[in-house]
Write a protein that binds this ligand. Structure first.
Ligand SMILES: *[C@@H]1O[C@H](CO)[C@@H](O)[C@H](O)[C@H]1NC(C)=O
Ligand SMILES: *[C@@H]1O[C@H](CO)[C@@H](O)[C@H](O)[C@H]1NC(C)=O
Ligand SMILES: *[C@@H]1O[C@H](CO)[C@@H](O)[C@H](O)[C@H]1NC(C)=O
Ligand SMILES: *[C@@H]1O[C@H](CO)[C@@H](O)[C@H](O)[C@H]1NC(C)=O
Length: 795
């Protein structure tokens, strides 16, 4: 890591720490220290002074001293449960004025000494080893007390006296294993609480005479009731009968019961005519069989009975008697779950059942077959049973005219093509078919008015487009199926919640957002999205929706393909519009080509690009050629760089432009009229001039072509060129010569014009510089000293 990086890193860490401190400071009211299950033998010394909650449960602490917690003046909550404390002096808390919650349950406390200066709201001394109730007279001052946990092996009415005037919301009383040797049946009468929970000794048979009808209690919970002999159960039954003395009692809960079938039904029977409205029984172990018997349903206040977790030693006896008792109960709510119940009978008359929950049993499709007496029933749960054919369920519920909610999730339901019955009850609004083995076919038969439909975790591959009758459907859950696309809302015009995560949707169609305008929530994450061009519309649409509408966005929406994008959130997947749109691509290429062609045309037409190119090309060629000229050629006895042939009509240009421009660069020119040798004919003079010059320059123009002389000159030059195989001809095109204007017998000129590249005289002044440079390069040659001298003497 470079120095810069590391200092940046440090800065980030400091920033994080600062932010953390700020968070803690801003939430000044809570400073939690969790030291539970850390092998402590003492309360740790170095605790932050601002600690408000300290959890040291599940350790080996055996002592609690003032000095342990003296400094924690802000402590409000202290949890020391599951330790080894044997003795407690409550005065250790005298300096913790804020302390209101103290949990000392599950220790080995035998005695406590009291102190007046404490005012707990929650004090738990349950599951300890007290003999008598650990209630000091100072507890009477705890006016705030809402919860009190106690434990004892002996109860005395006088022990309760100090708190009799307190209105405590909940009292938990745990009776030790040795409870019951000497009982005072009236000992609880002075408890003043809404809710009382008594835990009886776990291993002892219920042979107690304790009166549990505490007059203030609305709710009573009893744990650990063991009576497997009829003689023992009579104790418990008479205790239940005594509950009728308390007309306030509404809730009764029994936990951990071990008894016989007969006693169990007796318990139900004895609660039936009381004031109790909610009766809940859980963790039941039953022995023996049920004798044939009747049940008296009269005079009940009961509204709800729930029975959870029943195991039975023998289940191979005729059970119809049990089912008969349950099915004819005259109450609204019945829950029987976690039992091995395999059947339930139809009530023998119109039943007042409103809500039945038979989840987690072994019920089959035969349950409630042809049952016309459940016409009041509103909700029915058959979750986690052994149901197999959806057609049977449809048939079963078709008689339930009030049924609004049906839960048949977690079964093995399937729906076959040949099922003819599709007679769902019209009242059904919510149907849970999740975790079954249903296929696309299920969409051919669904309740017509259903608003909430849960089909998650099935085997659906496609939602058929022709499903049009589910106009009321608002919530559809099809997560954990094998769907390849989002449904269209044309099918479900009221749909507002769609859950379709964990499917096989690779290319979701973006039309979904057009057709589903009422969408309030969509959850489509964890699909194998293929991040290609087709996905862009979808991402764009979904990204524009408010974040509360798209559940799990952006984290749950990731590319699965191509490999290079795997795991990239869709939010971060971008492709250029160009690479996705062929039309646009073609158009762009077209535009580029047009611009190129346009600029080429512009350069050609207005800046004469081809002329420049040709000139540059010629210049390069000449440079190349001159470099290859053998040395002895250059040493020839030449006096002039060039001989110029031109028509008399062009002499103004030759004398005004050409000559000055060449001669100022020290280029020596032979003009036949200037370097005229007297006594020789014009032709001889011209030949003489050509032979003494390294190059022959011809100034071509229509005038030149007309001129006879020029033709000869050309002719000689050509010969010279031919014999020496020496490229010494330079053509300057002063004015364009139309091909037709060259007389047809001028073969040489024609072929020269056709073969040779010539230098064109540009009209534009700006190009003249390049023209002269090119021309000079073509002539450029060093003449021998001898030639120079001759030339000097001549000039
Ligand atoms: C105890 O207080 C609660 C409210 O906190 C009240 O509803 C209840 O009636 C009181 N009980 C007695 C016996 O005063
Ligand atoms: C009684 O039981 C019902 C249903 O379980 C519950 O809603 C209610 O709070 C309970 N009342 C008391 C006082 O515990
Ligand atoms: C009966 O059960 C339904 C559904 O579980 C619940 O909404 C209702 O409150 C229960 N009624 C009573 C009286 O417990
Ligand atoms: C359907 O039942 C399953 C449990 O089997 C539950 O998780 C889910 O929430 C239920 N669906 C609805 C819509 O209540």
């Amino acid at each position: 890591m470079t120095e810069k990086n590391s200092s940046l890193f440090q800065f980030v860490i400091i920033l994080v720490v600062v932010v953390k401190i700020k968070i803690q400071l801003s939430d000044e009211s809570e400073f939690l220290v969790d030291k539970s299950n850390t092998g402590l033998t003492h309360i740790p010394k170095e605790l932050a002074l601002e600690t408000t909650a300290l959890d040291v449960s599940q350790n080996y602490i055996s002592e609690l001293q003032t000095s342990d917690i003296l400094s924690l003046s802000k402590l409000r909550i202290l949890i020391i449960s599951h330790n080894r404390i044997q003795y407690l002096d409550i005065s250790v808390f005298r300096f913790n004025q804020e302390l209101e919650y103290l949990d000392l349950s599950h220790n080995k406390l035998r005695t406590i000494s009291c102190h007046p200066a404490v005012n707990f709201k929650h004090l738990d001394l349950s599951f300890n080893m007290f003999e008598a109730l650990p209630i000091c007279k100072e507890f009477g001052c705890m006016s705030q007390l809402k919860f009190l946990g106690l434990s004892a092996t002996q109860l005395e009415k006088s022990g309760v006296q100090p708190i009799a005037h307190l209105n405590i919301s909940k009292i938990l009383l745990v009776l030790g294993e040795t409870y019951g040797e000497k009982e005072d049946p009236e000992s609880l009468q002075d408890f003043n609480t809404d809710s009382l929970h008594i835990v009886f000794p776990m291993k002892k048979a219920f042979r107690f005479i304790l009166d549990m009808s505490v007059s203030t209690a609305i709710s009573l919970e009893l744990s650990n009731i063991k009576c497997v002999l009829d003689s023992e159960c009579s104790y418990f039954l008479s205790a239940l009968v005594k509950l009728q003395n308390n007309p306030r009692l509404l809730n009764l809960t029994l936990n951990n019961i071990e008894t016989t079938w007969n006693s169990f039904i007796n318990i139900l029977q004895s609660v039936w005519p009381t004031t109790i409205e909610y009766f809940s029984i859980s963790n039941v172990k039953l022995q023996d069989q049920l004798d044939s018997r009747d049940f008296d349903y009269s005079h009940t206040s009961l509204k709800a009975l729930s029975i959870h977790q029943v195991v039975s030693d023998v289940f191979s006896f005729p059970q119809s008697n049990i089912y008969k008792i349950f099915s004819n109960m005259n109450i609204q709510n019945v829950t029987v779950s976690g039992t091995h119940m395999i059947h339930m009978l139809c009530p023998s008359q119109i039943s007042p059942f409103l809500h039945l929950d038979f989840s987690n049993n072994l019920l089959t499709d035969m349950v409630f077959k042809d049952c016309g007496n459940l016409i009041e029933l509103k909700t029915l749960s058959l979750q986690m049973n052994q149901l197999k054919k959806l057609a049977n369920i449809i048939h079963m519920t078709s008689e339930m005219k009030s049924l609004q909610q049906l839960d048949v999730s977690q079964n093995s339901l399937r729906y076959e093509e040949d099922e003819k019955t599709c007679s769902w009850t019209k009242s059904l609004l919510s149907l849970n078919l999740s975790s079954n083995i249903l296929t696309d076919l299920v969409f051919s038969c669904l309740p017509p008015k259903v608003k909430v439909l849960d089909l998650h975790n099935n085997r659906i591959m496609n939602i058929p487009k022709e499903v049009t009758y589910l106009e009321a459907l608002q919530e559809l859950n099809v997560a954990f199926n094998s769907l390849a696309d989002l449904p269209g809302c044309g099918t479900f015009s009221s749909l507002s919640v769609l859950i379709i995560d964990h499917n096989s949707i690779a290319h979701p169609s973006a039309d979904f957002f057009q057709s589903c305008q009422k969408m309030k929530s969509i959850q489509a994450g964890s699909n194998p999205f293929q991040c290609t061009c087709e996905l862009r519309d979808f991402i764009q649409h979904i990204g524009q929706l408010p974040s509360e509408v798209v559940e799990g966005w952006p984290d749950a929406y990731k590319c699965d393909y191509p490999e290079s994008y795997k795991g990239t959130p869709l939010k971060d997947f971008h492709v250029s519009p160009l690479s996705c749109n062929t039309g646009l691509l073609i158009a762009t290429i077209g535009v580029v080509v047009l611009v190129l062609a346009g600029s080429v045309t512009f350069f050609c037409l207005y800046l004469d690009l081809p002329w420049y190119l040709r000139m540059v090309c010629q210049w390069a060629q000449t440079r190349h050629r001159t470099r290859n000229i053998p040395l002895e050629e250059l040493q020839r006895n030449l006096q002039f760089h060039a001989f110029i042939s031109y028509s008399g009509h062009d002499s103004a240009w030759v004398k005004g432009e050409l000559l000055p421009n060449l001669e100022k660069e020290d280029i020596r020119i032979c003009l036949h009229e200037r370097n005229f040798v007297p006594g020789k004919s014009i032709v001889e003079n011209i030949i003489n001039c050509i032979e003494k010059s390294y190059k022959s320059i011809f100034v071509l123009s229509p005038n030149f072509v007309q001129s006879e002389w020029c033709h000869y000159e050309l002719y000689f030059a050509h010969h010279n060129l031919f014999h020496k195989a020496f490229d010494n001809l330079i053509l300057i095109l002063l004015e364009p010569i139309p091909q037709y204007s060259i007389p047809s017998n001028y073969h040489k000129l024609r072929t020269l014009m056709a073969q040779r590249t010539y230098l064109e005289w540009p009209m534009e002044k700006s190009k003249h510089g390049l023209f002269w440079a090119n021309l000079r390069a073509a002539i450029c040659i060093k003449l021998t000293a001898q030639g120079k001298e001759i030339n000097h003497t001549q000039s």
